[in-house]
Write a protein that binds this ligand. Structure first.
Ligand code: ATP
Length: 231
């Protein structure tokens, strides 16, 4: 069942065309990597899908989205540079986030507790976020992004700034979460895409230059004698 379809999506900033009439769609419960070098337009695509930027033209259609419904209820979004309240504990931060998502304090507490377990930082729930490692912060950010049980989780460069241990922890968490929801994440590293994604959208200069199932693309390039690398 198609979860999202995008047709001729274009986004211009003043005179700069960052995204040029791209079209793609994906099914539910997939993990899709949006791969491309710096400036390819990955953040612009994710922010537009998240409803944070208005498209210049084109259509975005979500399964289950009703007019007048806030699209953010269907989507969880973790930006590339999330802002945390370092003086709060992880638990306080998630309770606060749950309340911002219209939960009662009790509901937010229960959901926060469950998510801290889910993302593997329950041991540190009473520690100030300022003391968290980069990987722990990223996992807290993912917990915050899914606090309202979205259908689509979008992560902007979730592992780019992490050391190898943090990267592994976050990729493992994404492997787990993709059983329950669709994940669209951006990266500029092919290895990240290969490790967790089922599908690939390769973006360059605001255009999709390749797309498809990871396994099919690998075979296509192998058959052609090309090693798929990306810098
Ligand atoms: P990065 O990995 O560096 O974040 P990206 O693939 O996410 O890159 P975008 O941030 O979407 O790419 O940027 C796409 C293009 O749009 C770039 O040329 C960028 O300079 C430009 N751009 C992004 N935001 C703005 C803005 N607010 N105003 C003008 N141009 C912008």
């Amino acid at each position: 069942m198609t979860l999202l379809s995008v047709t001729d999506l274009t986004k211009e900033y003043q005179s700069k065309k960052a995204v040029k009439a791209i079209s793609f769609s994906f099914e539910e419960n997939r993990c899709i990597a949006l791969l491309g070098p710096n400036g390819a337009g990955k953040t612009t695509v994710l922010r537009t899908l998240a409803g944070l930027l208005k498209p210049t033209s084109g259509t975005i259609s979500f399964k289950g989205y009703k007019p007048n419904e806030d699209i953010r209820s269907l989507i969880g979004y973790l930006p590339q540079y999330p802002v945390f309240h370092d003086w709060m504990t992880g638990l306080e931060f998630l309770i606060y986030s749950g309340q911002l998502a219209n939960m009662t304090k009790h509901e937010a507490y229960e959901r926060a507790d469950e998510l801290l377990e889910r993302v593997g930082i329950a041991d540190a729930k009473k520690l100030n976020i300022g003391k968290y490692s980069g990987g722990m912060k990223q996992r807290l950010g993912i917990a915050q992004a899914i606090i309202h049980r979205p259908k689509l989780l979008m992560l902007d460069e979730p592992v780019s700034s992490l050391d190898p241990i943090g990267r592994r922890e976050v990729l493992t968490l994404m492997e787990e979460l993709k059983k329950e929801m669709t994940i669209l994440f951006s990266t500029h590293i092919l290895g990240d895409a290969e490790e967790v994604s089922d599908e690939l959208l390769l973006l360059r200069n605001g255009e999709i230059i390749e797309s498809g199932r990871m396994a099919d693309l690998r075979e296509k390039y192998q058959t052609a004698g090309i090693t798929l690398t990306f810098h």
